[in-house]
Ligand binder design. Structure first.
Ligand code: ATP
Ligand code: MG
Length: 141
C-alpha cells in the first residue's frame, strides 16, 4: 500500500516572496492534512545532506547554496497516495513546463527557484520526514 504522507519544503524563494500562506492554503484545499511543520534555516551542510542524491549533478552546489540562503518551511502532509498526489499539485520541476494552476507554475521563477519540494517516492518520503522531524513532532488525528 502507498504511503499516506509526503514531505514538502516551501523553499527560500517562496518564503522570501511572502507565499507561505498561499501555498499552505493550496495544500490544505487539495485535501492534505498537516501533521508536522516547522520553519528552519538550513546550513549548507544540512542542505547538502538533504539533497545528497544529487551530489554528482552539475547544479548541486548552486542548489545547496540556494536551499541554505534563507528560512524554509518543512512539513509532513497526509493524504491517500500522498507522494503522487502532491507531485501533481506542485507540477513539473521547471515552472515554465508546470501545468496551469500548479504551485510551481504560480510561484516558481526558475528551474532552481521552483518554490516547493515534494518527495519523489514513498521510501524517500520516509527518509526526508525523519530528516526534519522526530516521532514526537508528528501528530496523529
Ligand atoms: P524537488 O526534489 O525539490 O521536489 P524535483 O524532484 O522536481 O524537485 P529534482 O530533479 O529532484 O527535481 O531536483 C531537485 C531540485 O534541484 C529542483 O527542485 C531544483 O530546485 C533543482 N534543479 C533541478 N534541475 C535543475 C537544473 N537543471 N538547474 C538548476 N537547478 C535544478
Ligand atoms: Mg526531487
Amino acid at each position: 500500500m502507498a504511503n499516506s504522507f509526503t514531505l514538502t519544503i516551501i523553499k527560500p524563494d517562496a518564503v522570501a516572496a511572502g507565499h507561505i500562506g498561499n501555498i499552505l492554503q493550496m495544500i490544505c484545499q487539495a485535501g492534505f492534512r498537516i501533521v508536522a511543520m516547522k520553519m528552519v534555516h538550513m546550513s549548507e551542510s544540512e542542505a547538502g545532506r538533504f539533497y545528497a542524491v544529487h551530489r554528482e549533478r552539475p547544479f548541486y552546489r548552486d542548489l545547496v547554496r540556494f536551499m541554505s540562503s534563507g528560512p524554509v518551511v518543512a512539513a509532513i502532509i497526509d493524504a491517500e497516495n500522498a507522494v503522487e498526489r502532491f507531485r501533481q499539485l506542485i507540477g513539473a520541476t521547471n515552472p515554465e513546463q508546470a501545468a496551469e494552476g500548479t504551485v510551481r507554475r504560480l510561484y516558481g521563477t526558475s528551474v532552481e527557484r521552483n518554490a516547493v519540494h515534494g518527495s519523489d517516492s514513498d521510501a524517500n518520503a520516509v527518509t526526508e520526514a525523519a530528516f526534519f522531524f522526530s516521532e514526537l513532532e508528528r501528530f496523529t488525528y
